[in-house]
Unconditional design. Structure first.
Length: 402
C-alpha cells in the first residue's frame, strides 16, 4: 500500500493541530517538502532540493504556478539553489525573482559554498532593492492571500490565466503575474543586462506602468519588448486600472507594519482604477476584528469604502496617481464627513504622474479609520466632491510613491 503521500499529508495535519494545542488561538505556520492534495489547509510548501543552475531557477516559476493551481498559494523555492555552488550572477537574479514569490528563503546544502546575500556586494544590493519592493507590497500580498483563502483565488498567476483570450500566452513561463495587478519579468539567463518581455492585453487597451518610474509602456500586441535589466534590477510593471495599498518598507516586517501607508493609483485607458485591502492582526486563528477597504478612482475622484472594525494605527502618507495628462489645479479632501484643509497638502506633478504628500496630518488616527474622498479638479472639470456626505463609510516619487 502506497504510504508516502498519506504520510506527507498527515504529518502536516498533526503538526498543525499540535501547534494549536501549544499556542491556543494563534495561527500555526509550517512549511513542508512532502505535501499532498489538501495540505494547503495546514501548511506551506517549498520546492525541495533543486540545484544552483539557471535551469532550476527558470523551472521554479512553473513549479510555483502548479502549486497555485493545487490550492497551495504559500510556495517558494530554495533561492540561489540547494545543491552545488552558486555564483554572484545567478544568486543576484534569483534573490530578485524570489522576492515576488510568497515564500522567500535562501537555503542550500552544507557541502556547498555559503550563499547568504551579504557574501557578494552585488547580491546584497540586488536583494536589498528587491526586498524594498516586496516589503512595500506586503499588504497587497496579504490581501491576495485573503482572497485565496476565502474565494480560492491564486496569488501568483500565469499570464494566460489573466488574459485567456490571448492564445500566444499559453506557453509563457518566463514572466508571471503577482495577483491581478503586477507583472514580473525576471532575468533567467547569465551575463546579460536586458530581458525580453511581453505586455499582455495592450491590443485591447490595457496600460502598463513601470513600477520604478511610473511611466507608461509603449508596446504592440504580442511584441517582445527589450527591457533594461542591469544586475541589480528586476522589471516590475503595474497594470492600468489597479489601485495598490503600499506601506513604507522598514528593516523587518514588524517595523513595516507600523510605518505610514501609501496608495498607488494606475489609471486605465478610461481614467479609472480599483483595488482592495484586507487588514487583521496577522496572528489570530479567528480574528476578533477585520477590515476590508475598497478603493475606487473614477471621474477624477479617489474614494474608499470601509467594512469592518479592525484598527490599523499607521497614518496615510501619500497618494500617487499615474496616467494623468496634466497637473490638477485644485484638490478637495473629505475624511468621513469632515472636509480637510487641502491647501496644506503638497501636490506635485511630473511625467504624467501626480504625487500628493502631507496626508499624515489628517490621518493620525489611522489611514483607514474613516472613508476617504479625494477630488482632483481642472478648469471647467472637476470630480463631484460636493455630493460627498460620508455615506461610503460602513462599519466602524519612486517605486509607487516611496
Amino acid at each position: 500500500y502506497e504510504m508516502h503521500n498519506l504520510f506527507g499529508l498527515q504529518i502536516s495535519n498533526a503538526t498543525y493541530e499540535s501547534l494549536l494545542t501549544l499556542f491556543p488561538g494563534k495561527r500555526p505556520f509550517t512549511v513542508g517538502r512532502s505535501t499532498f492534495a489538501g495540505s494547503g489547509k495546514t501548511t506551506a510548501h517549498w520546492g525541495g532540493d533543486n540545484t544552483s543552475t539557471w535551469g532550476s531557477m527558470f523551472l521554479s516559476i512553473a513549479q510555483a504556478l502548479t502549486f497555485m493551481m493545487s490550492g497551495m498559494p504559500m510556495f517558494g523555492a530554495d533561492t540561489c539553489g540547494f545543491a552545488h555552488n552558486t555564483d554572484y550572477d545567478l544568486c543576484s537574479r534569483w534573490m530578485e525573482l524570489s522576492a515576488f514569490f510568497p515564500f522567500y528563503r535562501n537555503h542550500n546544502v552544507k557541502a556547498a559554498i555559503s550563499q547568504e546575500a551579504y557574501r557578494w556586494s552585488s547580491v546584497a544590493e540586488a536583494s536589498r532593492r528587491a526586498m524594498l519592493v516586496r516589503y512595500s507590497l506586503l499588504n497587497y500580498m496579504y490581501t491576495l492571500f485573503y482572497y485565496a483563502h476565502t474565494q480560492g483565488e491564486t496569488v501568483m498567476r500565469a499570464l494566460a490565466w489573466e488574459f485567456p483570450e490571448d492564445a500566444s500566452l499559453a506557453g509563457t513561463y518566463s514572466q508571471f503575474m503577482l495577483g491581478p495587478s503586477l507583472l514580473v519579468t525576471p532575468v533567467l539567463v547569465p551575463n546579460v543586462n536586458t530581458v525580453n518581455g511581453v505586455f499582455p492585453g495592450v491590443g485591447d487597451g490595457t496600460k502598463w506602468y513601470d513600477w520604478y518610474t511610473l511611466q507608461a509602456v509603449n508596446a504592440a500586441p504580442q511584441q517582445n519588448v527589450t527591457l533594461s535589466a542591469p544586475l541589480e534590477h528586476i522589471n516590475v510593471h503595474v497594470r492600468g486600472g489597479s489601485i495598490l495599498p503600499l506601506q513604507q518598507p522598514g528593516y523587518t516586517t514588524a517595523e513595516t507594519q507600523s510605518n505610514p501607508f501609501g496608495i498607488l493609483v494606475a489609471l486605465n485607458k478610461d481614467g479609472k482604477a480599483s483595488g482592495s485591502l484586507y487588514l487583521d492582526d496577522g496572528v489570530s486563528l479567528v480574528p476578533s476584528a477585520t477590515k476590508v477597504v475598497t478603493f475606487n478612482f473614477a471621474n477624477n475622484v479617489l474614494s474608499t469604502q470601509i467594512e469592518g472594525s479592525y484598527h490599523a494605527s499607521a497614518p496615510l502618507a501619500n497618494v500617487t496617481i499615474a496616467g494623468i495628462s496634466q497637473k490638477p489645479q485644485d484638490v478637495s479632501l473629505f475624511i468621513g464627513k469632515q472636509q480637510c484643509e487641502a491647501q496644506k497638502l503638497i501636490v506635485e506633478y511630473k511625467d504624467n504622474t501626480v504625487y500628493v504628500t502631507g496626508l499624515e496630518q489628517f490621518t493620525q488616527r489611522g489611514a483607514f479609520e474613516q472613508a476617504l474622498n479625494f477630488s482632483f479638479g481642472w478648469q471647467g472639470h472637476r470630480g463631484n466632491v460636493h455630493d460627498w456626505d460620508g455615506s461610503q463609510q460602513h462599519g466602524s516619487h519612486h517605486g509607487g510613491g516611496w
